[in-house]
Design a protein around this ligand. Structure first.
Ligand SMILES: [Zn+2]
Ligand SMILES: [Zn+2]
Length: 277
């Protein structure tokens, strides 16, 4: 009668081992499921954070074609920098071409609507301006104020200036010398836009991409879809984050507005490259 008892004991211990095995293997499975799930969750979180804090992933190389086929501009990419060279001659008519070598082709008397317009004594001349701009613009960790002189390059090669006249005075004294396309030349014959370049918005649309500031972030016209943007819709740098035609996944971008500060606000959102002239 000993044998059956021993057999039963053996059976009992094999059931126990089998159960033990099951418990271990089940818990191992549970653990490995967790291991599969965790990285996905982490990836999703990282992606959300990247979208909120923006940048890093921005790449402006896809829009550089707007600068193709312009006799005034050339550009090249080296590493993470795009370098523009511009002669800065506007490709539209202006009273500031008066008596210059381009007079016959590009001079036009003032045709704008400002009854207080007065031609300043300066005339347009060729420049040799080089702007090196980051190809992957990023939000800056410290603020850089815009300099006097070029702060970016519009899509016809003419430079953007900030919202100040000499001595960081407001533009009121200068606005009456803006020509029919709202640009004018400096004492060094450098034509520039402080406000909406209406030749470009007339040509490409009020919601169009108009160029880049030196920090690599794009500048758009005063409309987004059918809505007219004002400075109160924008942050202190005069931009905001959102999808655009050229960047459907969203990018930080500036808008030109009819009200001051027009193109840029309190300095660059990103870290600017360099300007040489
Ligand atoms: Zn000016
Ligand atoms: Zn916008």
């Amino acid at each position: 009668m000993k044998l059956p008892v021993q057999r039963f004991k053996k059976l009992k211990s094999s059931i126990f081992i089998a159960c033990l095995f099951c418990v271990i293997s089940c818990s191992t499975n549970a653990q490995s499921d967790d291991n599969i799930e965790d990285p996905i969750e982490e990836e999703e979180i990282i992606e959300e954070e990247t979208e909120e804090t923006t940048d890093a992933k921005y790449d402006i190389s896809s829009i550089l074609a707007i600068y193709d086929n312009l006799s005034s501009v050339s550009y090249s990419i080296s590493g993470t920098t795009v370098t523009f060279t511009t002669s800065n001659l506007p490709n539209h008519k202006s009273p500031y071409y008066k008596d210059t070598e381009w007079h016959d082709d590009l001079y036009e008397d003032y045709t704008g609507s400002n009854s207080s317009f007065r031609l300043n004594p300066n005339r347009i001349d060729e420049q040799d301006i080089t702007l090196s701009i980051p190809l992957h613009p990023k939000k800056a960790t410290s603020l850089t104020q815009t300099p006097m002189g070029p702060i970016g390059i519009s899509r016809n090669g003419v430079v953007f200036f900030n919202q100040y006249a000499a001595g960081r005075a407001d533009l009121d004294g200068e606005i009456n010398s803006f020509d029919q396309f709202l640009g004018h030349p400096t004492g060094t014959s450098m034509y520039h836009y402080h406000i909406e370049p209406t030749f470009l918005t007339d040509t490409f649309g009020e919601d169009a991409l108009l160029g880049l500031l030196s920090d690599g972030f794009p500048v758009y016209g005063p409309k987004e879809g059918n809505e007219t943007i004002t400075s109160s819709d924008l942050d202190e740098y005069h931009g905001h984050f959102g999808a655009t035609k050229e960047f459907p996944k969203g990018i930080y971008h500036y808008h030109v507005t009819a009200d001051a500060p027009y193109i840029n606000g309190d300095g660059f959102y990103g870290t600017p490259g360099t300007v040489a002239r």
